[in-house]
Design a protein around this ligand. Structure first.
Ligand code: PLP
Length: 393
């Protein structure tokens, strides 16, 4: 059975060109980039090239790019560095819908005496900007907000926010893990000081990330060791993965330049429109205007998302549900709860996330297979029967 992979916000296929680029650095070119000899020096040159490619993708300069092990490391490093370099300030501002990579760090920081403000979102997943601005003070050390939401794809107005808060001595960090490679980003159009990205969301392998550090931003490293990454992240470089990310960044730039994700957006819109038409009591979670072009989160009322996923899996279709099931609970996700999505809808929410490898034929299969799955599950649901009865009254 062919796999139809619509779970690209979880992770992406490593692009074949990326595999080809990285393989020699797992075999013949194994020199240490810090070595004096040219066998190591050649590897250092290749890292330089990768750094430039990543910098180009976000409009940064190469020396503002620090390679890390993943998006989570970049997020943690950024937020810790921001508070450590502003020891007189004890306040952090973030949103209620951040990824656990960021969200769970605040529990630790709260225990250390930091006050954290979680800015709410509305029913469309848009940030309450008035709440955000009115909560900033001279005690605020860092504002950390995601650029695009991993569950709904909703995009926060990062450029606008960063312009509003700059010149206040507040460090501005953005978790751009879902945004980089999917949106055109020019970091110089923003006042962002720190930005996190992750290789495996843009067709590079897992285990490689980047922290962008704007020139002049006060910074203290998390990994203290050798002089690698100009002292900002010690440890011998993950050369093959860095080379891979450099190639993935180059490809992402090319695809963005070619059609700016328009093709992926058309397939997403086709999928969404067909499912909403064919399945009653279904709706899109999140603002459909300000959204990543590859993502749709659809709530099917009166079914359980995990059951839908299992039945989709029988047809080789991979997607995600809106529950925090990875943590062993069937609680609806904190993102959908923050948006006030009703329980019956949040529980039956499915996130479809496409990539440049998604085909029109695959979308047709999903459109064909999904309605009978929902119908079957609803036919077994006492809540659905009750809802139909009430609607008939
Ligand atoms: N931030 C967001 C918005 C994400 O979606 C993810 C991963 O899903 C992360 C951070 C964590 O990235 P990584 O898996 O590279 O640690």
């Amino acid at each position: 059975m062919n796999v139809i992979y619509l779970d690209n916000n979880a992770t992406t296929k490593v692009a074949p060109e990326v595999v080809d680029a990285m393989l020699p650095y797992l075999s013949e070119y194994y020199g240490n980039p810090s070595s004096m000899h040219s066998f190591g020096g050649d590897v250092a040159e290749k890292i330089k090239e990768a750094r430039e490619n990543v910098a180009n993708l976000i409009g940064a300069t190469a020396d503002e790019i620090v390679f890390t092990s993943c998006g989570t490391e970049s997020d943690s490093t950024a937020i810790r560095a921001a508070v450590e370099s502003n020891p007189d300030r004890k306040h952090i501002v973030t949103s209620r819908v951040e990824h656990p990579a960021v969200k769970n760090l605040y529990e630790t920081l709260s225990k250390k005496g930091y006050r954290v403000t979680f800015v709410p979102v509305d029913g469309q997943g848009n940030l309450d900007l008035d709440y955000l601005y009115s909560n900033l003070s001279n005690d605020t050390a860092v504002v950390s907000l995601m650029w695009a939401n991993n569950e709904t794809g909703v995009i926060f107005p990062i450029e606008e926010i960063s312009q509003k808060i700059k010149d206040r001595g507040i460090v501005f960090h953005t978790d751009a893990v879902q945004a980089v490679g999917k949106l055109p980003i020019d970091i110089n159009e923003t006042g962002v000081d720190l930005l996190s990205l992750s290789g495996h969301k843009l067709h590079a392998p897992k285990g490689i990330g980047v922290l962008y550090i704007r020139k002049g931003t006060k910074f203290s490293p998390f990994m203290i060791g050798g002089h690698q990454e100009r002292g900002r992240r010690g440890g011998t470089e993950n050369v093959a993965s860095i080379v891979a990310l450099g190639k993935a960044a180059e490809l992402a730039q090319k695809h963005l330049d070619e059609d700016g994700y328009a093709h992926i957006g058309q397939l997403r819109d086709k999928l969404e429109a067909a499912l909403l038409t064919r399945i009653s009591h279904s709706m899109v979670n999140g603002d459909r205007e300000h959204r990543l072009l590859n993502t749709t989160s659809i709530a099917y009322e009166y079914v359980v998302g995990e059951a839908v996923l299992l039945m989709m899996n029988e047809h080789g279709i991979c997607a995600s549900s809106g529950s925090a099931c990875t943590s062993g609970s069937l609680e609806p996700s904190h993102v959908l709860r923050a948006m006030g999505v009703p329980f019956t809808a949040a529980h039956g929410s499915i996130r479809y996330s496409l990539s440049r490898y998604t085909t029109a034929e695959e979308i047709d299969v999903v459109i064909e297979k999904t309605p009978p799955i929902i119908e079957r599950l609803r036919s077994m649901s006492p809540f659905w029967k009750e809802a139909v009865k009430l609607a008939a009254v």
